[in-house]
Design a protein around this ligand. Structure first.
Ligand code: ARG
Ligand code: ZN
Length: 858
């Protein structure tokens, strides 16, 4: 069944209050839910109250205290016939949390009980109008065995607690803020807190807790520090204060996604909470800070103002991703953060936009909403709001967001409400800009710079590619930050913001230098692809001289992309190949040796464009050829600049451990240098790799060394892998790294390794982190996935079919990699398609996998 955005109808009945009573047990939990229901004056007046359910059945149904007769099941839903305008409906359900392998609703994880309700998990706990525009005040009571569940948590504040009979105890929680059911949460288990406090700008003292399993408390300080930093930052940057006296975060080891913003009780995947230098990399620290910020920021962008329906998901996710990006930029290096965000967009979102699952940031239809928690809704959603901010400027943008929060506080809003508030508050005309919400596809902008009467003329032409269901596209407003450089002085006379809002337009720069070098889409001001054939010399110039750090990075990337795309297409003779390499080498040497450059930025600039991004540049590509060319270039750079790279590796290896930017930069560059050294000379790579491994005083260096060694065929590889496994026995998150480093390696026998890993005693199909550590790493690894035998495709097809009955949401996440078949050369394409067909033939596919597979087959 397809759900359509245009079919939205307000609910016929509202539920202003709900009381939930849980009799907790890992294997049996009884839930009694009492809903005060009220006819919605804005509804259609229907007498039927529809309560959604999913794999539950009612033990009893009462209306106004009496056993009700007037109810029936409609598929998974419970329908109650009601006369009049207000009633109390009481429903009992019985759950088996330990049997809930989908990890949606109430489930058992590592001996504790926890919930995940977004988007439609609450209906797996009790019958309810499980849609985000039904807001209720929640009162929760829970009781259970005190030894099994010493800690009892729910949303809001604990209002009472006490001892019961037979070793039980109970607690009552009340959340004063009305919320949709997807924000409900409950956690019960043996947990220990790292406690802190935060006093808001207006003087509210908030108790903060990061709850983890006993033994993990020593790895929670960074999460707590990140929470405090987030609370302060949201006050300063967006004027948003916290609104309860308590904020709890709980880390659970079985979780489908990253984390969840339940009101006052965020539930996190352990990987976004636990960190210390010995077990977490610098990237892990950054991810924790970003996700803690993200979930905290949802308190306003998501909870205080929520979504009317799930088509509006980007209203909270796009905006909250932008907020977490700005937060992380303020906490660390703004340019480096921008480069990382663009890299993620290009790797994860551009392929969505150009494939069979393309959808606008505000989709028009879906079969299973879980499939729409995508890089498009999240990351492109953030880019779209960032463009509004760029056009308005920071101050006016803030006026827009203030108006948005004022206007819609306490309500379930739409993307249109958001755009209107920014329009009114920031004073922008966003009439045409709304196309960014309705049109899918990454706009392609062809640029050319010419001279006319001594003036520079920039001609731009945009095409928005055809996407499924959207054959015709209209021109979008594309804000581009541009500057024209004088070659002689390496300066420009000021940056301008131009907006291309027609299919084609010309922009005249009167006071441009003669023969300027164009720097365009600076800071990645618009999420588009710029198409411009440029002399290598211009790109080398920008890579060395552009004062916009993103543009510098972009010039280096373009230089490499231009070269590799030509090489993959077979369009380079030996002379052209060596000329191309020479230009890249010149820029690379400057990056490796520039003493002015900070190491964090150097680490970004040294990265070659991802194979998936290179594939994006071609309509149809040969993944084998892309890999060979990219690796060839890497080896050439490694061999050609061996001395410079070794000197760099030696210099940064001498920097002692600290969490300061300088030391983090040193560590980033250390592994980057090692990657190139190993590519140029595998023996040197093995000896430096094992030396870095043995000398490592932190996970960043140890993991970096192990990553490089994992791709080499040498005894040092076996030594390091064995040591790592023994050293971190029992630490699930680190063992995940051990699995994913092998599954992600460039080792010639990687497929054998993946097969062995899946049979390893530590492998678990029931744990999403572990499944992803092997199979997502393999699916993202071009060597494994695109092996010419087709065995990589078979492996991913198998995992989808095996995982689907256990955890459909996680299974469906593997489908898009196979869905790219149309963009792959015909021999592999046929194998990929065959895997999708084999999945499609399974009789009892989940809605999640069914939707992704049928759309991918087209
Ligand atoms: N709202 C959460 C976040 O952005 C994601 C939850 C998604 N959960 C799901 N089951 N699809 O942080
Ligand atoms: Zn979110």
């Amino acid at each position: 069944p397809v759900i359509r955005r245009e079919d939205y109808l307000p609910p016929a009945w509202l539920v202003p209050e709900i009381a939930l009573d849980f009799d907790l047990g890992l294997d049996a939990t009884k839930v009694t839910s009492t809903l005060s229901v009220k006819r919605n004056p804005e509804g259609n007046g229907a007498s039927t109250l529809r309560l959604n359910g999913d794999q539950i059945s009612p033990v009893s149904v009462r209306v106004d205290g009496d056993a009700a007769n007037d109810w029936r099941m409609d598929g998974p839903d419970l329908l109650v016939e009601l006369s009049g305008d207000a009633h109390e409906v009481t429903i009992e359900t019985a759950l088996v949390p330990s049997g809930n392998s989908q990890l949606m609703g109430l489930y058992a994880s590592n001996g504790m009980l926890c919930t995940q309700c977004e988007a439609e998990g609450f209906r797996r706990i009790t019958f309810f109008p499980d849609r985000p525009d039904v807001l209720s005040t929640y009162s929760v009571r829970m009781s259970g065995d005190k030894a099994t569940f010493p800690i009892l948590l729910a949303n809001g504040n604990c209002t009472a607690e006490g001892e019961g009979e037979n070793g039980t105890h109970w607690a009552e929680w009340h959340d004063p803020w009305p919320k949709p059911s997807y924000l409900f949460a409950l956690v019960a288990g043996e947990l220990i807190a790292n406690h802190g406090t935060f006093t808001t700008k207006s003087g509210r003292k908030v108790d903060l807790n990061v709850w983890v399993r006993p033994g993990d408390e020593g790895r929670t300080q960074h999460a707590l520090d990140s929470l405090i930093a987030s609370m302060k930052w949201d006050e300063e940057t967006f004027g948003r204060e916290y609104d309860l006296d308590l904020f709890n975060i709980v880390a659970v080891s079985d979780f489908n996604m990253g984390a969840m913003e339940n009101k006052g009780l965020n539930v996190f995947n352990t990987r976004y909470v636990l960190a210390d230098p010995d077990t977490a990399t610098d990237a892990d620290y950054d991810a924790i800070e970003g996700v803690i910020g993200h979930e905290y920021f949802h308190n306003w962008s998501g909870n205080r103002v929520t979504c009317r329906d799930w088509f509006q998901l980007s209203l909270k996710e796009g905006f909250t991703v932008l907020r977490d990006q700005l937060f992380s930029a303020d906490m660390g290096s703004e340019p480096v953060k921008r480069i990382e965000d663009v890299r993620i967009l290009r790797i994860a979102q551009f392929p969505e936009d150009s494939g069979p699952l393309a959808h606008p940031i505000r989709p028009d239809s879906y079969q299973e909403i879980s499939n729409f928690y995508t890089a498009t809704v999240y990351n492109k959603g953030a880019e779209v709001i960032r463009m509004m901010r760029t056009m308005a400027g920071e101050e006016r943008f803030r006026k827009g967001t203030d108006l948005y929060f004022d206007r819609h506080d306490g309500t379930a809003a739409t993307c249109e409400d958001f755009v209107k508030a920014i329009e009114d508050g920031a004073g922008l005309d966003l009439a045409q800009f709304r196309l960014w919400y309705s049109q899918a596809g990454t706009p392609q902008v062809a640029a050319s710079l010419t001279q006319e009467d001594g003036k520079a003329v920039l001609t731009l032409h945009q095409t928005v590619p055809t996407t499924p269901g959207q054959p015709e596209k209209q021109a979008m407003p594309i804000p581009l930050r541009v500057a024209l450089f004088d070659r002689a002085t390496a300066t420009h006379s000021g940056e301008s913001l131009i907006v291309l809002d027609k299919a084609e337009d010309r922009f005249v720069f009167a006071d441009a230098p003669a023969d300027p070098v164009l720097s365009i889409n600076r800071g990645f001001s618009a999420p588009v692809a710029i198409e411009m054939a440029r002399p290598d010399a211009d790109l080398v110039f920008l890579a060395a001289c552009d004062d916009d750090p993103f543009a510098r990075y972009e010039a280096m990337q373009s230089l490499v992309v231009q070269h590799l795309v030509a090489a993959v297409g077979g369009g380079l003779d030996e002379g052209q190949r060596s000329a191309g390499r020479k230009a890249i080498g010149e820029a690379f040497r400057a990056i490796v040796t520039d003493a002015e450059l900070d190491d964090l930025m150097r680490g970004e600039l040294m990265l070659l464009p991802a194979e998936s991004y290179l594939a994006e540049q071609l309509l149809v590509s040969d993944p084998g050829a892309i890999h060979t060319e990219r690796e060839g270039l890497k080896a050439w750079l490694g061999a050609t600049f061996a001395d410079e790279l070794k000197a760099l590796h030696d210099r940064v290896s001498a920097v002692p451990y600290s969490r300061e930017a300088e030391a983090r930069g040193a560590r980033k560059v250390k592994t980057q240098a090692l990657v190139y050294i190993a590519a140029g000379d595998s023996a040197e790579g093995a000896s430096r790799g094992i030396a870095q491994y043995r000398a490592a005083s932190c996970m960043t260096d140890r993991q970096g060394a192990l990553m490089v060694l994992a791709s080499l065929d040498c005894t040092e590889r076996e030594e390091a892998l064995a040591d790592f496994l023994a050293r971190y026995e029992g630490n699930a998150l680190v063992i995940d790294k051990w699995f994913s480093l092998q599954a992600g390696s460039l080792h010639p026998r990687v497929l054998d390794h993946v097969r062995a890993l899946a049979k390893h005693p530590e492998f678990r199909m029931s744990n999403p982190n572990r499944v992803r550590s092997v199979f997502m790493a393999a699916a993202m690894n071009p060597v494994a996935f695109h092996d010419p035998s087709g065995e990589g495709y078979r492996m991913i097809g198998d995992i989808i079919r095996r995982l689907d009955p256990i955890n459909p949401q996680t299974a469906a996440r593997f489908v898009p990699s196979l869905g790219r078949w149309r963009r792959v050369e015909p021999v592999r394409a046929k194998l990929m398609r065959a895997e999708l067909e084999r999945i499609a033939q399974e009789p009892d596919l989940s809605r999640d996998v069914r939707e992704q597979v049928s759309k991918s087959l087209g």
